[in-house]
Design a protein around this ligand. Structure first.
Ligand code: TRP
Length: 438
């Protein structure tokens, strides 16, 4: 139970509620959504199982786990690079994750002050642009969020956090369901429009970019490719059924993402907003709902509190690998290791904050700093390390031991092997190459 909470806590976060809807909006909707669903179950789930399986064997941090398991299987210790790139990636992701976590935190107060009362899309848009333009504002909340993450990690992941998760997560789920119902009631025909935008296949929007984004997002959303799930695997008992546990985590994660989409897009269409608006999408749509429903102020405050918590349970999982590594590799203790890594990540986050205003025009390959960080991690590093993990498990490890560990019949395991050895590697390589050419 504790393990499920930790794994689901890491997986369910800003990726589901903030990132999934805005990416779906930018990539033309249904084709992205359907590809994402396929990637979650066909590619994400087996890699999740594989990370846990390797982590349970290795019982250490991701780098040493990869090294030890590789040696035990008679393979090169260089497989540790899968772990190294993973730690580097989690570090980079946290720098922009904390900035967005800061947005969510600030919106608790904006909602509480009644800022959105009676507002339409134009109003919420204006509030959000003013917010993005204010460096100090963004900086303060990014700092607060990063500080909270660091304090929790420095204290060691505490029982208190776990307990509050048990309330916050179901609360978030209930509120999301409520918002979907609200959106369906008030937006009339726009709900149907949103539904078909998300689910009726629109093959003309099928581009290499959309497929690559969907794959990258499946990795991001399940916290894969960064050794995080591998690290969690070291806490798993031998008796835990990896496949059914993974299935539960994937289904939960998908449900939260889809509910967010169903809450947001009817409001987008009913208020004449642009689905492809980008990173601000949830911050301009949901406040319209909170500003116009009875009890909206309280519900808005609650929603952004839950969102901040969901973000925190993910951000601590992003900080943990770097801290663990510094603790083991340097004379630093847990507290100083946390301090050092947080300060460096925070500083990178500042660059990310500036990319929304002062440094908007500082670009490389036509992307600003925020886009660049997101692109390199979600679309390149996560799929690459995921590919490394699955090739390692499919081709380098003893297959009979894996079969017994997964408790699969020989026939089912043949299917599993085919998936891990052939289908997933080819799909990921193909998508990576295609992404480069696009
Ligand atoms: N999965 C989290 C989300 O959806 C983000 C996250 C936490 C993550 N840990 C990660 C992403 C590790 C990639 C790798 O918000």
């Amino acid at each position: 139970m504790g393990f499920m909470l930790a794994a689901a806590g890491s997986a369910v976060g800003l990726g589901n509620i903030w990132k999934f809807p805005y990416m779906a909006g930018q990539m033309g909707g249904s084709v992205f959504v359907l590809t994402y669903l396929v990637c979650m179950f066909v590619i994400g789930l087996p890699i999740l199982v594989t990370e846990w399986l390797i982590g349970r064997r290795g019982q250490k941090n991701p780098i040493h786990t990869m090294e030890d398991v590789a040696k035990a299987e008679g393979r090169s210790a260089n497989w540790r690079w899968v772990g190294i790139i993973g730690v580097l990636g989690s570090f980079l992701i946290l720098s922009f994750y904390s900035v967005i976590g800061g947005w969510a935190t600030d919106y608790i107060f904006l909602a509480g002050k009644g800022t959105f009362l009676g507002m339409n899309g134009e109003g919420t848009n204006r509030i959000f642009s003013e917010f993005l333009g204010s460096v100090n504002h963004l900086l303060i909340w990014h700092t607060v969020f990063m500080f909270a993450t660091a304090v929790i990690v420095a204290m060691g992941v505490s029982g208190g956090l776990e307990r509050s998760c048990k309330i916050m997560m179901p609360g978030l789920g209930l509120l999301l369901i409520g918002l979907v119902v609200y959106a369906a009631v008030v937006s009339g025909p726009a709900f149907g429009q949103a539904f078909s935008f998300l689910f009726t296949p629109n093959w003309s929007a099928l581009t290499g970019e959309a497929v690559l984004a969907a794959l990258g997002h499946a990795f991001f959303s399940l916290s894969l490719g960064m050794g995080i799930m591998m690290a969690y695997g070291s806490y798993l008992g031998k008796d835990v059924n990896l496949i059914s546990t993974a299935r539960t985590v994937v289904i939960l994660d998908v449900i939260v993402a889809i509910l967010s989409g169903l809450a947001i897009f009817p409001l987008v269409f009913a208020n004449g907003l642009q689905p492809g608006k980008g990173a601000g999408l949830i911050f301009v749509t949901l406040p319209i709902a909170f500003g116009n429903m009875t009890g909206g102020t309280i519900l808005g405050v609650l929603f952004f509190i839950f969102l901040t918590f969901a973000a925190l349970t993910s951000s601590i999982s992003l900080l943990e690998p770097t801290v663990e590594l510094l603790e083991e590799k340097t004379p630093l203790g847990r507290k100083s290791a946390t301090l050092l890594s947080s300060v460096v990540i925070w500083a990178l986050g500042v660059a990310c904050v500036l990319s929304f205003n002062e440094w908007q025009n500082v670009t490389l390959f036509g992307k600003n700093i925020f886009d660049l960080l997101d692109y390199f991690t979600s679309k390149l590093m996560l799929p690459l390390t995921g590919l490394g993990t699955i090739i390692f498990a499919g081709w380098m490890m003893n297959q009979e031991t894996i079969r017994r560990e997964l408790n699969l019949s020989p026939a089912l395991f043949a299917g599993w092997k085919f998936l891990c050895r052939i289908v997933i590697p080819i799909a990921v390589i193909f998508i990576l190459i295609y992404g480069f050419m696009d």
